[in-house]
Design a protein around this ligand. Structure first.
Ligand SMILES: Nc1ncnc2c1ncn2[C@@H]1O[C@H](COP(=O)(O)OP(=O)(O)O)[C@@H](O)[C@H]1O
Ligand SMILES: [Mg+2]
Length: 603
């Protein structure tokens, strides 16, 4: 834990000046509050008991001044504290966010979004507390404790001893409960995340929930999770009241003990009344830092649970490009899979010694039954996963030698179920165009400038839209390209979303276009139009089509059939029609009048 905390120093470092000033201010504030009881002593002993009234107004004025100075310093220091610590929080959140953006894809298959949200939000706050609040409070408290103790000892060391004899007892209570506190904090954090996750799941899958009429079931689960969280909160409350309550009680007893002993000292004339009043007033200055220290200890135990949860995510392996990786610009010869083996986790191999050559230029089709590993092969090409065996080469260069970002920019992938962000249609089409999200923010300051710049790129957008057969849709929408499409593009049909994704891919003018069942929701007419624009837009470039539809496959330059993790057949449509086997059965299963169509063409 210590090593990990030290590794977080890089987030604190940029704010060290702000924090140092905060610290200084709070020390000054402490100084002011420490001085106050000494003034009380003078008030009682000199003014009230000895009748030095001329000094009274000045003494009062000084007391007011110190009080005011303490408040002002306190205000400043808490402002600076908030500034420094929230910046640290932002930096740590951004670092984890960035790390998870690059985390290996496997991580997302096993991690629920709610868990990510919880750790980025709540756990980070706890970690920030451990990082900033605890050390700051520790140093201030220790200093206060030291100075206050010295002053108390100077007043009467015997009284000081009596007053603090019980303190270790209070600390003992806390020490005994420390592991329970950590365990319960962890449990609290987990249950909190579970509730958040369930909310996200339910409303992301609201169509399924409604469609299955399981609203009641989800509600009951939600209630159950919440009640379980409440139960944990209550249990935690018990432990934390105990761990705070015992020390508080012990400290209160100490104060009483000091008063009792001090009272007798005054009676015996060894102590002035002023000193006793000042001493008891001052004892707060010892008790509160002790309470504070014990409280920080509890925070530390809580933070320990969150720290572990945050670091669990920091430890997820992330994609790193190889040393000296080069940019991918395009292919002249082709893509080669050499004896590629891949398995997700421990289960059986999805690709088992697969070898395949996809020549550059033209259209290559990949067919195979559902679950054959077609999408997996595509994912390997985009380096979403790394093969366990074999190698994939682009123009002879192993895939691993390219920088991932450049590969992914030049290889456009369109899948069956494309994702649309909440935003306008135009923003969704332009997403990943290397220009970020264009119109929305850029236009605010210089609308005319952006408009003329937009006109330049607009012709590209218009081409992409036409190519993806989206023109009619855009025209029919009341706000055209500025129409906002919902969180997941729910305002659009599946086919329309697929066409948005196609337009997005066309706009990027990719070197390699991969369509993974990307036209599965389109009608035949639309698909035919899109196939024509692909031929046009991808002239001289490479297109890889993964599909079940025969007519899309038929005029591909080459077709490969994937079966049992390998390529079982490869050739043109006519070649494959000539052979008995997977391809013909594939056509038959597709129900595309396969045999008839094939024969009609062959004749
Ligand atoms: N993220 C994953 N984790 C574990 N297994 C997976 C994952 N994705 C796919 N699979 C499995 O790998 C096999 C091939 O899947 P996939 O490549 O999607 O097939 P296809 O696209 O040909 O239908 C399937 O058996 C599937 O269950
Ligand atoms: Mg698939």
């Amino acid at each position: 834990m210590t090593r990990r905390l030290v590794s977080l120093w890089r987030f604190v470092r940029p704010e060290r000046r702000t924090l140092a000033v905060t610290f200084l201010f709070s020390l000054l504030g402490t100084g002011a509050s420490l001085y106050a009881p000494l003034l009380t002593r003078r008030l009682v002993d000199d003014v009230i008991l000895r009748g030095d009234w001329p000094a009274f107004p000045r003494l009062l004025a000084t007391m007011v001044l110190f009080g005011a100075a303490g408040s002002v310093l306190g205000g400043f220091s808490s402002y600076l504290y908030t500034r420094g610590s929230s910046r640290i929080l932002v930096a740590m959140r951004a670092a984890l966010f960035e790390h998870l953006e690059r985390a290996e894809m496997r991580f997302f298959a096993r991690t629920r979004v709610g868990e990510i949200v919880a750790r980025l939000n709540n756990d980070m706050v706890e970690v920030q507390g451990v990082l900033v609040d605890v050390p700051l409070a520790f140093v201030t408290s220790v200093l206060r404790l030291g100075i206050a103790s010295a002053i108390l000892i100077s007043m009467s060391w015997s009284l000081f001893l009596i007053g603090n004899v019980l303190v270790p007892l209070g600390a003992l209570g806390l020490w005994l409960t420390r592991d329970v506190i950590t365990r319960m904090s962890r449990e609290l954090r987990e249950k909190n995340a579970a509730v958040g996750t369930h909310i996200i799941d339910t409303f992301t899958g609201i169509r399924l929930v409604r469609g299955s009429a399981t609203e009641g079931q989800e509600l009951r689960r939600f209630e159950r999770e919440n009640l379980s969280l409440v139960a944990s909160v209550l249990r935690y409350q018990w432990i934390s009241s105990l761990s705070r309550g015992i020390p508080s009680f012990v400290l209160a007893c100490s104060a009483t003990l000091a008063l009792l002993y001090g009272g007798y000292m005054v009676r015996d004339g060894v102590l002035t009344v002023g000193t006793l009043v000042a001493f008891t007033a001052f004892q707060v200055q010892v008790i509160s830092p002790i309470q504070n220290l014990l409280g920080q200890y509890v925070a530390l135990r809580k933070g320990k649970a969150s720290l572990a949860r945050v670091f669990e995510f920091f430890d997820v392996p992330a994609e790193e490009d190889a040393e000296g990786a080069v940019a991918f610009t395009g292919i002249a010869k082709g893509i080669v899979f050499e004896d590629v083996t891949f398995a997700y986790g421990a289960e059986g191999r999805v690709l088992d010694g697969l070898s395949l050559e996809i020549p550059s230029g033209g259209t290559f089709a990949l067919v195979g039954e559902s679950g054959a590993g077609k999408s997996t092969l595509v994912d390997l090409l985009l380096r979403f996963h790394e093969p366990q065996g074999g190698v994939i080469r682009l123009d002879g260069i192993p895939l691993g030698r390219f920088r991932r970002a450049t590969l992914r920019r030049k290889i456009a992938l369109v899948s069956t179920d494309p994702y649309l962000f909440h935003g306008t249609l135009e923003e969704n089409i332009r997403y990943g165009d290397g220009q970020g999200w264009p119109s929305a923010e850029a236009g605010r300051d210089a609308p005319d400038l952006v408009a003329s710049a937009a006109a330049l790129v607009d012709s590209r957008v218009a081409d992409a839209i036409a190519g993806a057969d989206l023109a009619d849709l855009v025209r029919s929408l009341p706000e055209g390209l500025s129409t906002v499409v919902g969180e997941r593009g729910v305002a659009l049909s599946d086919g329309q979303r697929q066409r948005v994704a196609l337009a997005r891919a066309f706009l990027r003018a990719p070197e390699i276009l991969v369509l993974d069942e990307a036209t599965s929701s389109l009608d035949l007419l639309s698909e035919e139009r899109i196939r024509r624009s692909i031929r046009e837009l991808m002239r001289g470039k490479t297109t890889l089509i993964v599909t079940h539809r025969v007519h899309a496959v038929r005029d591909a330059d080459r077709i490969a059939v994937l079966s049992r993790g390998r390529v079982s057949h490869i050739g043109t449509h006519e070649d494959l029609m000539g052979q008995r086997g997977a391809y013909r059965s594939f056509l038959r299963v597709c129900g595309d009048g396969a045999d008839g169509a094939g024969e009609g063409r062959g004749a």
